[in-house]
Design a protein around this ligand. Structure first.
Ligand code: NAD
Length: 431
């Protein structure tokens, strides 16, 4: 990571991600006049676990790591949410992400609640064997805080299918042998050989593309002539770009943790991915584009911006710089409430992350079902079912935005909160 990006991260970490998510929640709760008791329940997380665990490093020394799992709400089904490995992972961050998962699963009508977790670490400084030992020891430390019918992790920033398989293997090793094959759905986003589902790797990017297609159809906007920029070229960003390619829009700027790059003639996503894979997953020094600084990247004139990196990127300061017509949130929480306000004043459209990036958890749900029922789904079945769910959530959000005369983020929250409110009303509060 270069100095400019490190400076940007320090600045952004001063904003409480959780406060932002709660502000957005209260805005929607106010507008729909949610029951005040249910509002207090939903503004609170259910369980927050912090584990400190020792790991032997390759040089023989022992390091203590901090791991987190926050379970926000499970009234609609088992807790569900990713695991993030990042130096700035904290309770505040994981709490916010867990809440977003509850809204997301409720919006797309899945039988899941919301959770999130992670480990405070820098994967760039770890060898593959250290990463494996950290993952296994974290899984062991979590014990029965996770479980196939209770809380089901998945990949997020800096975690992948291999890490999910290590979690699976460690979890299964801690339960009786006769129960093991009935518990493979303890984690999703696994490799296909170890019980994963086809299409899970591209699922979040695919959901983004389905959402863009819907928006373009609504607005009679010609996607094939559009230009766009992407922040984050990991799982979500690179898949979104690769899946957009057949639709014809031109990718003109990309930013990741190493730098930002620009080419007005267009950057080929497949070529950039090939390059980044040979460069520790970074786009720095890509020969097909010139390097630009962060501010110039944020001010690039284009039709669409897809933030697909971290939270708190479109802020009071950076929202002023944007010269785009539409923001499609691939990341969780990339826009602060002040950023939202400025985008609305500038008449920039915004499709919220809980809608756009729901493809990941939707296909995770299919993987969970596949494992539970010992089925094998094919890609056609996965894509078809994903599209149906995304389209439905898009239409419900659009209708709600019209009904309440509000922005799409607030509308998506209202759709989710109505579902949660209904269940609380029916079930009541024990005792
Ligand atoms: P990833 O680890 O695969 O990629 C993250 C990318 O962001 C990398 O290219 C990295 O270099 C870049 N990045 C990190 N810090 C940055 C910075 N300060 N400035 C610019 N770029 C930076 O992670 P991912 O799985 O692609 O997740 C990206 C976002 O999407 C996260 O907000 C995550 O919560 C969200 N998300 C992921 C999934 C999923 O299925 N993986 C699903 C829904 C939402």
């Amino acid at each position: 990571m270069n100095n400019k990006t490190a400076e940007k991260n320090n600045l952004d970490s001063k904003i409480s991600f959780c406060d932002n998510v709660i502000k957005q929640f209260h805005k929607a709760a106010e507008l729909m006049s949610i029951d005040s008791d249910i509002r207090r329940i939903l503004a609170t997380t259910k369980n927050e676990v912090v584990v400190h665990f020792p790991v032997r490093m390759d040089d023989g020394t022992i390091r203590i790591f901090n791991g987190y799992r926050v379970q926000h709400n499970d009234v609609l089904g088992p807790f569900k949410g990713g695991l993030r490995y990042h130096p700035q992972t904290s309770t505040d961050e994981v709490r916010a992400l867990a809440m977003l998962m509850t809204w997301k699963t409720a919006l797309v009508n899945l039988p899941f609640g919301g959770a999130k977790g992670g480990i405070e670490c820098n994967p760039l400084e770890l060898s593959i064997t250290e990463l494996e030992r950290i993952t296994r020891r974290f899984t062991f430390a979590l014990g029965n805080i996770i479980g196939p019918e209770y809380d089901i992790p998945a990949p997020d920033v800096n975690t992948n299918a291999q890490i999910m398989v290590w979690i699976l293997d460690t979890y299964l090793a801690t339960i009786p042998p006769q129960d093991r094959n009935r518990n493979v759905h303890v984690v999703t986003g696994k490799t296909i050989a170890s019980g994963g589902i086809c299409g899970r790797d591209k699922a979040t990017g695919q959901g983004i593309v389905f959402t863009i297609e819907n928006w373009c159809k609504d607005k009679k906007f010609d996607l094939s002539q559009a230009t766009y920029i992407i922040q984050g070229f990991g799982n979500v960003g690179s898949w979104a770009a690769r899946l957009l390619k057949p639709h014809g829009p031109k990718l003109i700027a990309v930013e990741d943790a190493s730098c930002a790059i620009f080419n007005p003639a267009g950057i080929d996503p497949d070529d950039l991915l090939r390059y980044s894979k040979s460069n520790q997953n970074f786009i720095a020094k890509y020969p097909g584009a010139e390097e630009i600084d962060h501010k110039t990247f944020m001010g690039t004139k284009a039709d669409i911006f897809i933030p697909a990196a971290l939270e708190n990127q479109i802020t009071k300061e950076t929202a002023q710089l944007l010269k785009v017509k539409l923001v499609i949130e691939g990341a969780n929480g990339p826009t602060t409430p002040e950023g939202d306000q400025i985008l609305q004043e500038k008449n920039v459209g915004l499709l919220p992350g809980i809608l756009c990036n729901a493809g990941g958890v939707i296909v995770s749900y299919f993987e969970w079902l596949q494992n539970k029922r010992s089925e094998i789904w094919d890609l056609e079945q996965v894509d078809h079912s994903l599209r149906r769910i995304i389209d439905h959530a898009y239409i419900r959000t659009r209708e709600t935005a019209l009904e309440y005369k509000t922005d799409w983020r607030t509308a998506a929250y209202i759709v989710a909160l109505k579902r949660l409110e209904e269940v609380y009303r029916e079930r009541g509060i024990f005792p």
